[in-house]
Ligand binder design. Structure first.
Ligand code: COA
Length: 252
């Protein structure tokens, strides 16, 4: 079976590729678990100096697999998705993200934990948590308003507004916008450059730039509690059923 998470270390950069293109790289529990294992190993591996995420095919990731949300709701600290988000918050090594296409849900919120985000011109960012009757996750209810301001964050979270690459750049959500064929070479080059820098200096700089991550972790825990409560609610089930049946949800 083809690996749904491809892992490769080259030039001291761990490449993590979401590889489920037929489902727009929707992330399952098993995929999160594999990423967590790789990120934890990378933290302890002096041979890895940076981590580069991208997606196979035309999507970065369409976010959490909605069938998993419905069938086996990820609840609590042991859920692979929670552990993945904790890995993002606690990452000491630089994270580079090459957003090659649509980035939905966690596909957007993970970018708020990245250091360098390169987006292809066709990339579209979307966080339709309210459309799914959910709440934001990954500390994004704190980080996104900080990054782009409350008014623009509200359009993204509450209206589920899609943000194109150029607008995401203007809002400070991505570092650069590139032509499709220039995206990976630029991301690989940036990650390789980071991998050659003095590692301790880089880690300390990242730590200083990110500030007090305990505040983000506390918000993430608060979001996680509410997210878990919503996940088993009738309105979420209706939203997921509507997606599966390719129709508009009816929240009554
Ligand atoms: N979970 C499960 N399956 C998903 C998925 C997800 N998050 N995102 C896409 N898929 C599946 C679709 O059901 C479809 O499967 P099918 O071919 O068996 O019908 C396939 O991937 C392709 O998706 P499709 O919707 O046909 O592609 P598109 O280009 O028209 O739209 C998206 C792409 C990402 C905009 C759309 O699929 C979408 O909105 N997905 C849900 C995103 C979401 O809500 N994520 C959770 C956020 S918390």
């Amino acid at each position: 079976m083809t690996e749904q998470i491809q892992l490769e270390t080259r030039d001291r950069v761990l490449h993590i590729t979401f590889n489920r293109p037929d489902k727009k790289n929707a992330l399952t529990h098993a995929m999160y678990a594999r990423i967590v294992e790789a990120m934890r190993a990378a933290e302890d591996d002096e041979g890895v100096r940076a981590i580069l995420f991208t997606g196979a095919g035309d999507a970065f990731t369409s976010g959490n697999d909605l069938a998993d949300f419905r069938d086996t709701p990820p609840l609590g600290d042991d859920a692979p998705v929670t552990q993945f988000l904790q890995c993002l918050i606690s990452a000491r090594k630089p994270l580079v993200m090459a957003v090659n296409g649509i980035a939905v849900g966690v596909g957007l919120t993970m970018l708020l934990h990245a250091d360098i985000v390169y987006a292809a011109e066709a990339a579209v960012l979307q966080a339709p948590f309210v459309d799914l009757a959910l709440v934001p996750e990954a500390g994004s209810s704190l980080l996104l308003p900080q990054r782009v301001g409350h008014a623009r964050a509200a359009e993204i979270f509450m209206l589920g507004k899609k943000v194109g690459a150029a607008e995401a750049y203007d809002m400070g959500m991505v570092s650069r916008v590139l032509k499709a064929d220039e995206l990976m070479p630029a991301a690989v080059k940036a990650a390789a450059a980071l991998a050659k820098k003095a590692p301790r200096s880089l880690m300390l700089t990242k730590q200083l730039m990110r500030g007090d991550t305990a505040v983000v972790a506390a918000r993430m825990a608060q979001e996680g509690k509410l997210f878990g409560e919503q996940l088993t609610s009738p309105e979420v089930l209706e939203a997921i059923m509507a997606f599966m049946q390719k129709r508009e949800p009816n929240f009554g």
